[in-house]
Design a protein around this ligand. Structure first.
Ligand code: GDP
Length: 451
């Protein structure tokens, strides 16, 4: 969803404005340290267009080194996360030094900046507003958050920016719907990729003859499942069809790489009777590096200790992969036999589970509450002679809004990113996984310092 950020020095009325835009009952909250993180983000209610409004004023308030630092941090966060910035000034106070600093800083913003002159409660203050043009953002919109005056003008300014963004998102959603889920079927030679595709297509090879686009790396096989369109990216089929010589096998992981990159999700097929090999690990690393959703398919399960008890077999097979591919811990497993067409339905029910979780991403408000609690429960330890890591604000960014399974990167704005230790990031990852399970989806943090 597009994001609108409110930026301004303390006491210009950011929280009152935030409440107005969020359609909340007005409790006039004066800017004060320690405000609740609930105030940080909410759906915008005054605009016709769906968008999220964030109040950066709740963020810098937790800093202990003065207004100036807090305000510049807020501006930086807004510039990195928002599609539109509402720059708030105070009609009663006129232009202050901090306003001028902010105006200068916001000049670097890629997102448009709309100047809002708050506390223009009466005619006389309306007249004063001309001065603010010297900040370099035009005349500005005179409003009174307290009285609810001219809110429609802010709504129009928001709609103008957000409407085309929402239109793009909607168009992309249509394309995604048409193309369906792009599923790359990858794995080392002989893992059973072709057999899996055959099992999925139920040997109905006429479907394969309708192959639409082919690339040198793979064959795209359209496949409809429960009325929904899917594209199977078949990295095995090309070898069969063109009878390339075996030296080409060396390049199979390179081919897999390109297929992985354009897929929404990867099915990593592993021959569980043979166990995880170096080549499996190599392909798994590519999936991890590309931050792709993944489902691990343990194939040839019929050959895996066939005489043992099923539950023990399942446990042993998954335990082995879990250890060998520990870095792909986010990927769930299914045990199947492609040859015997056993448990193929599980692949699709797991895919559905992964998609469902991806469609309910954690909201910014929840993310900040959750991380606030995680930090409080186990505060980061400061190394000798250094400061303690402090979290200012977190938000989820999606690299590509236009895919069937969007993968978020959690951006953490902190006092100094050098203070983030690997084990602490791991702790946050584990907690987030427990608290907000998203099977198949990788968790990535991007840690940024203010300034
Ligand atoms: P690909 O190179 O990954 O496409 O692998 P194939 O699908 O060609 O399979 C390689 C070999 O393993 C073939 O002889 C298949 O019949 C066999 N195979 C594939 N899946 C299974 C399975 O689930 N169980 C058993 N027993 N054999 C399998």
């Amino acid at each position: 969803m597009p994001t609108v950020a409110i930026v301004g020095r303390p006491n210009v009325g950011k929280s009152a404005l935030f409440n107005r835009l969020a359609g909340r009952r007005i409790a006039i909250v004066h800017d004060q340290p320690g405000v609740t993180r609930d105030r940080i983000s909410a759906p915008c209610h005054i605009s016709e267009q769906p968008c999220t409004i964030i109040d950066t004023g709740g963020i810098g308030a937790t800093l202990d080194d003065g207004f100036g630092a807090a305000v510049t941090t807020e501006a930086d966060i807004a510039m990195q996360t928002a599609d539109l910035i509402l720059f708030i000034v105070d009609a009663k106070d006129g232009i202050t030094v901090i306003d001028e600093d902010l105006a200068k800083r916001l000049r670097k913003s890629k997102a448009p900046v709309q100047l809002i002159i708050n506390k223009a409660d009466n005619e006389k203050q309306d007249l004063l507003t001309g001065d603010f043009a010297t900040l370099g953002y035009g005349e500005g919109i005179p409003v009174s958050a307290e009285l609810g005056k001219n809110m429609h003008m802010i709504a129009d300014a928001i709609d103008k920016v957000v409407e085309p963004l929402n239109r793009d998102i909607e168009e992309a959603e249509q394309v995604v719907k048409k193309e369906g889920l792009k599923i790359a079927i990858v794995g080392k030679p002989n893992a059973g990729k072709s057999s899996l595709i055959n099992a999925i297509l139920k040997d109905d090879r006429t479907i394969v003859s309708d192959v639409s686009g082919t690339t040198r790396d793979a064959i795209d096989v359209p496949y409809e499942f429960l009325g929904e369109q899917h594209t199977l990216i078949d990295t095995a089929g090309i070898r069969r069809r063109t009878k390339m010589d075996s030296s080409v096998e060396v390049f199979s992981s390179m081919r897999a790489e390109r297929s992985i990159r354009r897929a929404d999700i990867c099915l990593l097929v592993i021959d569980c009777a043979e166990g995880v090999s170096a080549q499996d690990r190599k392909i798994a690393r590519i999936i991890q590096d590309e931050k792709k959703p993944c489902l691990i398919v343990l194939n040839k399960f019929d050959l895996f200790h066939p005489n043992a008890q099923k539950s023990a077999r399942l446990e042993e097979a998954t335990e082995h992969v879990r250890t060998e591919l520990f870095f792909l811990a986010y990927a769930p497993y299914v045990c199947v036999s492609a040859l015997k067409k056993q448990s193929i339905g599980l692949v699709f029910s797991k895919l559905a589970e992964i998609r469902k979780a991806a469609q309910n991403p954690i909201t910014t408000g929840k993310l900040n509450r959750f991380l606030g609690e995680a930090f409080a429960k186990k505060p980061p330890q400061a190394k000798k002679g250094t400061k303690r890591l402090k979290l200012l604000y977190a938000t989820a960014a999606v690299n590509d809004r236009y895919t069937a399974i969007p993968v978020p990167t959690y951006i953490l704005f902190v006092n100094d990113k050098r203070l983030m230790q690997e084990h602490y990031e791991q702790y946050l990852t584990n907690r987030l996984r427990e608290d907000h399970p998203s099977p198949g989806i990788p968790i990535t943090f991007s840690v940024r310092s203010r300034n």
